[in-house]
Design a protein around this ligand. Structure first.
Ligand code: FAD
Ligand code: SF4
Length: 537
C-alpha cells in the first residue's frame, strides 16, 4: 500500500490529522493490540478493557466507511509490542510511508522509531525479554518506509505554542497559561470590556473547596449507565483470561467506549452535575464514588471527545441556564487550563521528568496500594474505589494517595507506575506531570509553589474517613497516631530549612517550631517506626 496509518489506542479521533489526506484506494489503517501496553505497568483490568473495547469499536467505524483496517488483535495475533505488530504489518503491506500522530508516551514513540530504523539497518527487532512469550518478528526485505509524525490537533495549545509561552522560565504557572488560552479561545470573556473575564475574576477556586459538613452529601446526581455490547463483552472475557492476575475487577465496567457514548456522558454531565460541580469538588465521603465530577477524562484522553467541544458545551450551558459561574469556571479551568498545561509540561520536561526525584525518596510502594488492605481508612477508601472503578477524583489522587507518597518517602517512579496502571484515564503525558510534578514534588516545584503536604486534619476536614479509622487524625505519637499526621510533621522536621525559606510554607514551620524538642524527637521516632513498616500501617 501507499501509506500505513498507525492509530494508537489513545488516538481514536475520526478528525485526526493522521487521516487528513487518507486515500482509501491506496492507504490502510493499522491498529495494534499489544500485551506490553498492559504489562509494562501492571495495568488495571478496567483500563485494559476500556482501551481495547474503544479501539475495536473505532476500527469497526472505520471499516463501515469502507476503509481497509489491519487490526491486530491480542487474542489472535498475540503481538507483544506495538513495534512487533508494526513490523509484521510492514512486511505484509510493504508501505512506502508510515504516518501517525505524535504519541502521548515517549516510550511508545521511541519504540516505533527504533523499529522503523531497524528495518533500515536490516536488523531484527528484539522483543522484550521480560515478556512471557517472545516471537520472532518477520524480517522486512523492502527498503525502510518513511515514518512521519503529525501534530496532535486534538489539543488546544500546540507544542510549539507551549514552548514559546514557557520560554526559558524555570518556574511555570498554570494560572497565566490558562488566562492566555481563555483569551485566545474567547471562553468566559466579558462581552464589553476587552480581555476581561466574565464576572471580573479569572479564578473562583476559593468558592470550590467546601466539605460536605457533618450531614454528608445530599441530592446526589445520577451518572449515565452504558450497556455492554458484544464487543465489550468479548474484551472482558479476553482480559479476564489473559490478565487474570491484574488488579481490579470488571463487574462494574461502565465507561464510554464509543464517541456516541462519550457524547452521552458529556450531555449527562452538563445536565446533571455541572450546575453543582464546584462547591464540593474537593470533598470526599465514604462510598461516594463520583459526586459531581464529569467522568470525562477517559473519553477526552482516548480522543473520543474534543476538549473544545467540552469547554464550549459548559460555557453554552452557563449562558443558557445562568449556571453558577464558580462551577462552570472551575470545570473549564481543569480542561482548558490544567489539561493543556500538563501536556505542555510533559513534552518540555521529558525525559528528565521520568526519573526526577527531588527529595531522593526510595521507599518501595506499600503492598496495599494494590489491594486497599490497610488500617488507614482514607487510603482504604480511595484505593478501594480505584480498584473498583479505575477512578477516583482529583483530591483523592492528590491529597490522599499522592500526599502519602511524599511524606512516606516513596520512590516517585514506583508511585508513578501505580498511577499509570490503575486509572482509566492514565496516559503518560498527563499521568506523569500530575504525579511526579504535582503530587510528589519530584521535579522540585517546576510548576507548584510548594509541596502538597498536610496532616490528617485536612483529611478530617474534607471527608468522613477519619470517623471510621483505627487511627486518630490529631495524634502525632503513640499507637493511635495517624500516619498522615506523624509523617507530615516528620517531613516538615526533615525539610525545615527549605519550608522556612518559602513564604507559602513558612507558617507550617512556625507551627512545627511550637512543638517542644521532646515532642519533635518522639514524632521522629514514631515516624521512623512507621517508615520501617509501611506494609503494616
Ligand atoms: P473532573 O474533575 O470532572 O475534571 C474535568 C476534566 O478536567 C477532567 O476530565 C480532565 O480531563 C481535566 N483535568 C482535571 N484536572 C486535571 C489535571 N490535574 N491534569 C490534567 N487534566 C485535568 N488525569 C488524567 O486524565 N489522567 C491521569 O493519568 C491522571 N493522573 C493523575 C495523577 C495524580 C497524582 C493527580 C493528582 C491527578 C491526576 N489526573 C489525571 C488529573 C485528575 O485527577 C483527573 O483528570 C480527574 O480526576 C478525572 O476525573 P474527571 O473526568 O471526573 O474530572
Ligand atoms: Fe486517614 Fe489518619 Fe484520618 Fe485514618 S485518621 S482516615 S489515616 S487521615
Amino acid at each position: 500500500c501507499r501509506r500505513l496509518v498507525l492509530i494508537l489506542g489513545d488516538q481514536l479521533d475520526e478528525a485526526s490529522s493522521a487521516f487528513e489526506d487518507f486515500d482509501p484506494a491506496q492507504d490502510r489503517v493499522l491498529m495494534v493490540e499489544a500485551f506490553e501496553e498492559s504489562t509494562h505497568v501492571w495495568s488495571h483490568k478496567i483500563r485494559t478493557t476500556l482501551f481495547l473495547s474503544a479501539m475495536r469499536h473505532f476500527a469497526e467505524g472505520l471499516r463501515e466507511r469502507g476503509w481497509l483496517v489491519d487490526y491486530r488483535a491480542l487474542d489472535t495475533d498475540g503481538d507483544q509490542t506495538i513495534s512487533e505488530g508494526l513490523l509484521a504489518a510492514i512486511a505484509a503491506h510493504q508501505p512506502l510511508a508510515i504516518v501517525g500522530v505524535e504519541p502521548g508516551d515517549m516510550r511508545v514513540r521511541q519504540q516505533i522509531e527504533n523499529a522503523v530504523k531497524s528495518i533500515a539497518v536490516g536488523a531484527r527487532v528484539q522483543t522484550a525479554t521480560s515478556l512471557k512469550a517472545t516471537k520472532t518478528v518477520p524480517k522486512v526485505s523492502a527498503s525502510a518506509p518513511r515514518l512521519s509524525w503529525r501534530e496532535d490537533k486534538h489539543f488546544l495549545c500546540g507544542l510549539p505554542q507551549f514552548r514559546a509561552w514557557a520560554g526559558q522560565s524555570r518556574s511555570l504557572r498554570m494560572e497565566f497559561f490558562y488566562r492566555t488560552l481563555r483569551k485566545q479561545y474567547k471562553v468566559l470573556m466579558d462581552d464589553v470590556k476587552p480581555d476581561a473575564p466574565i464576572g471580573g475574576q479569572w479564578n473562583f477556586d476559593a468558592d470550590n473547596r467546601k466539605s460536605f459538613g457533618k450531614a454528608g452529601p445530599k441530592n446526589l446526581p445520577s451518572v449515565p449507565k452504558f450497556e455492554l455490547d458484544d464487543i465489550t463483552k468479548d474484551v472482558i472475557d479476553l482480559v479476564n483470561t489473559h490478565f487474570a492476575d491484574h488488579p481490579g475487577q470488571l463487574d462494574d465496567f461502565n465507561w464510554p467506549v464509543t464517541r456516541l457514548q462519550a457524547l452521552q456522558a458529556l450531555q449527562s454531565f452538563i445536565d446533571e452535575r455541572l450546575p453543582q460541580f464546584g462547591p464540593h469538588e474537593d470533598a470526599m465521603w465514604t462510598h461516594l464514588e463520583f459526586g459531581w465530577h464529569s467522568l470525562l477524562s477517559s473519553s477526552l484522553n482516548l480522543k473520543l471527545l474534543n476538549p473544545l467541544e467540552v469547554v464550549l458545551a459548559a460555557e453554552a450551558a452557563y449562558k443558557k441556564h445562568g449556571l453558577d459561574l464558580a462551577s462552570v469556571e472551575g470545570f473549564i479551568r481543569q480542561v482548558l487550563g490544567w489539561r493543556e498545561f500538563m501536556r505542555g509540561v510533559y513534552f518540555l520536561d521529558m525525559p528528565e521528568l521520568k526519573t526526577a526525584n527531588h527529595y531522593g525518596h526510595t521507599q518501595p510502594l506499600p503492598k496495599w496500594y494494590w489491594t486497599g488492605d490497610t488500617h488507614m481508612n482514607c487510603m482504604k477508601q480511595c484505593i478501594g474505589q480505584t480498584l473498583k472503578n479505575g477512578y477516583s477524583h482529583h483530591i483523592q489522587r492528590l491529597m490522599v494517595t499522592g500526599m502519602f507518597g511524599v511524606t512516606a518517602e516513596l520512590s516517585p517512579q514506583q508511585v508513578c507506575d501505580w498511577y499509570l496502571a490503575v486509572y482509566v484515564d492514565a496516559v503518560e503525558w498527563v499521568e506523569l506531570p500530575n504525579t511526579a510534578g504535582m503530587a510528589l514534588f519530584a521535579n522540585g516545584g517546576r510548576f507548584t509553589s510548594k509541596p502538597y503536604v498536610a496532616s490528617g486534619a485536612y483529611v478530617k476536614r474534607m471527608s468522613n474517613y477519619c470517623a471510621g479509622c483505627k487511627y486518630e487524625p490529631e495524634s502525632r505519637v503513640g499507637n493511635d497516631a495517624c500516619p498522615m499526621t506523624t509523617l507530615y510533621w516528620n517531613f516538615l522536621d526533615k525539610h525545615e530549612a527549605s519550608f522556612a525559606g518559602n513564604p507559602r510554607t513558612a507558617l507550617m514551620v512556625k507551627n512545627l517550631q511550637r512543638m517542644t524538642p521532646e515532642l519533635r524527637a518522639q514524632v521522629r521516632e514514631r515516624a521512623g517506626e512507621m517508615l520501617a513498616d509501611l506494609d503494616n500501617l
